[in-house]
Structure formats: structure tokens, C-alpha cells
Design a protein around this ligand. Structure first.
Ligand code: SF4
Length: 337
């Protein structure tokens, strides 16, 4: 269904500016924003996929990935169509690169129904994920408010390209977020995503330093594109400077969508990126999308004790009190209860 968009600004001749993400599209009557799901109808901007889930699953929270957030918990995950990026390596392209076209409709799942589904299945959290949640902001915002009223946590899995005003509006209802840091050059963001790096860095910094939201960052390591030693070192140093306790997930690439000409990420590259993260001073670095128990488990950064052993989505917690190292008492940041 259509819902009047939040965060709009009127322009001349019935055009409306969408202020939800950093593209700030100026949309004329009858036109649609570049994410494909925000349409100007007679001078009013609407989100066209409100309450229409095209993907709805119960997932382990580790799959998002969030590793410092209620380990082993079930999270109701919802997505629609549309995205504000154009990454040729997208792993959810069948929904993200599909706009609001006839024949492409999700299943009705209004906010109330999402929250009730959580309660029915005992899920303590909802993730807005699969495609970029910023582009279906109104749907996430209304659901998030209702979820908080019922004691359910909210999680975004995002490319981090939201506007400052959107982020400010969302943060009171947001508990966790995983932000993709897809590369560390403006050229990468321009050529691969048709976007800019700077707003993503700004948002990561704001969330990490000015809010209580649990933030974890993910980088998909693509052979020959963003895996140079220089780029990874710069990225890891910047992340450590923002917050050395912020978890960094390095994820293995598999050929997909429009990028089938590159090989999967070799295990040695993942291991090297892991080492660079550690050398830069990051306390929690994780390798994902492959079987690597050591590099996907949590160790105490003070004494080296194994705290959470992970193998893909199976979790074995080794502490008596969550968030506290049983050997040295070091506190691990995260949402543990
Ligand atoms: S959310 Fe969509 S319509 Fe709004 S600014 Fe971003 S790309 Fe444009």
C-alpha cells in the first residue's frame, strides 16, 4: 500500500524533495525516486511498499551479522523492494534492484502483524534488512515504535546512506545496526554503488560516538576491487580511531548478479584482512561467509580467553555472566540482556 512519505520538502511545480537518504532526490509529479519505491502523486510523495513484505523470515541474529547482540537469538527479518545503491555484486539483487512495478507486490504485513509474529514465535527482535531499510523508512519507523511498546528490539542492516535527519528520527527506536562499509575510496562508492563514501563514514561515526545503538560494520572483500593492503589498512585504522571496540566483520565474496567474472575471496585474503584489523587496534574482528571457527569467535581482548565460540550460526557461550570475561573481568561492549 501507499503511505505518505516522512521527511519531504516541497519544491516548485509540484515537485517534492525526498530527504530520507543522501541522494535527496527531487521528484516531479508522476515520477519515482532512484530507489524505485518513492513516488510523487499529484505533488505528494508516497512510499509505495508500505506494509508489503517480499521477504519475511526468522533468522539467527548472527546471520545479520550482529555478534554482540543477544547471541543465539531469533530475529524476525523483513524486507521489501528497492535500493538507493546500484552495487553490481549485490547478493539480494532480485529484490533490491526491483522497483515498484506492476506484478511486483509483496505480501501484506502491516506493522501490527510483524510485531504479533515476533510475539507468536518468541522472537525478541526485528531486523529491517535484505534490501536497504532507509528506502522503506516509514514502514520501519512505524513498526519500530510499536515494537518498542511491546519490548521488542529493532535492528537495521544498512548501507549507512541515510540522511542526518532520518537518522536522528530513527535512533530513539533503534537498538542495533550493521552498516556496510563497502570500500574505502570515493572512487569505489561512485563507480560501484553510484553513491558517496563520506556520508557513510559520517553516519558510522555518529552512531558509534553519539548514540547507545550497538553498531557493527561489515566489509565484503572483493578480489581486486577493495582488498588491497593499503585500502584495508586505511579502513581498519579509521574504524579503530572511531571506536576500537566496534566489531568489524570481513565477509567472503561469491560471484553474483552482475559480477560473476571475479573469483570467490580466497581464505588467505580474509586471514590477511583479519590481521590488518587486529594490527590497527580493533578488539573484535570477525571473518564471515566461510567456515573459520577461530576468526569468527569472540576472544577477550585483555587476556585472550575464548568467550563465544561460533561456527556459522551455531553459538557456544563460555561466560557465566554475559559481557564479562570469566578470567579477567574485562567488559565486552554489546547488548547482552
Ligand atoms: S530514499 Fe529514494 S527517493 Fe528518497 S532520496 Fe533516497 S533514493 Fe531518492
Amino acid at each position: 500500500m501507499h503511505k505518505k512519505a516522512y521527511l519531504t520538502h516541497p519544491l516548485r511545480d509540484g515537485a517534492v524533495q525526498c530527504r530520507v537518504c543522501e541522494h535527496f532526490c527531487a521528484i516531479h509529479p508522476g515520477e519515482i525516486g532512484r530507489c524505485g519505491v518513492r513516488r510523487n502523486e499529484d505533488g505528494t510523495l508516497y512510499l509505495t511498499v508500505y506494509g508489503e513484505a517480499v521477504a519475511l523470515n526468522l533468522d539467527p541474529v548472527e546471520k545479520k551479522p550482529l555478534f554482540h547482540f543477544l547471541p543465539g537469538g531469533q530475529i524476525l527479518s523483513v524486507g521489501t523492494y528497492g535500493c538507493n545503491f546500484r552495487c553490481p555484486f549485490c547478493q539480494n539483487w532480485s529484490i533490491s534492484q526491483q522497483g515498484d512495478q506492476p506484478g511486483y507486490q509483496g505480501h501484506t504485513a502491516m506493522p501490527e502483524m510483524l510485531v504479533e509474529t515476533c510475539q507468536r514465535y518468541g522472537a525478541e527482535m526485528i531486523a529491517y534488512t535484505y534490501n536497504e531499510p532507509t528506502v522503506f523508512f516509514e514502514y520501519t519507523y512505524d513498526t519500530a515504535q510499536l515494537a518498542h511498546e511491546r519490548g521488542i528490539r529493532n535492528v537495521y542492516v544498512s548501507n549507512g546512506y541515510m540522511s542526518e535527519e532520518m537518522l536522528e528520527m530513527l535512533v530513539p527506536f533503534l537498538d542495533g545496526i550493521n552498516v556496510d562499509l563497502k570500500g574505502f575510496t570515493e572512487a569505489f562508492y561512485r563507480d560501484q554503488c553510484q553513491a558517496r563514501l563520506e556520508p557513510v563514514k559520517r553516519n558510522i561515526r555518529t552512531i558509534a560516538q553519539e548514540t547507545d545503538v550497538e553498531i557493527e560494520v561489515t566489509t565484503l572483500l572483493i578480489p581486486g576491487l577493495n582488498d588491497s593492503e593499503e585500502e584495508l589498512r586505511a579502513m581498519a585504522s579509521w574504524l579503530a580511531e572511531v571506536d576500537h571496540e566496534m566489531p568489524w566483520h570481513i565477509s567472503a565474496f561469491h560471484p553474483d548478479y552482475q559480477m560473476r567474472d571475479r573469483p570467490p575471496t580466497p581464505p588467505a585474503s580474509l586471514a590477511r584482512a583479519y590481521e590488518l584489523g587486529k594490527e590497527a587496534g580493533l578488539d573484535y574482528v570477525y571473518v564471515g561467509n566461510v567456515t573459520d571457527v577461530d576468526r569468527s569467535s569472540t576472544f577477550c581482548p585483555e587476556c585472550g580467553e575464548l568467550l563465544i565460540r561460533r561456527r556459522w550460526y551455531s553459538v557456544d557461550e563460555r561466560w557465566e555472566e554475559r559481557g564479562v570475561c570469566p578470567r579477567c573481568g574485562h567488559r565486552v561492549p554489546g547488548v547482552w540482556s
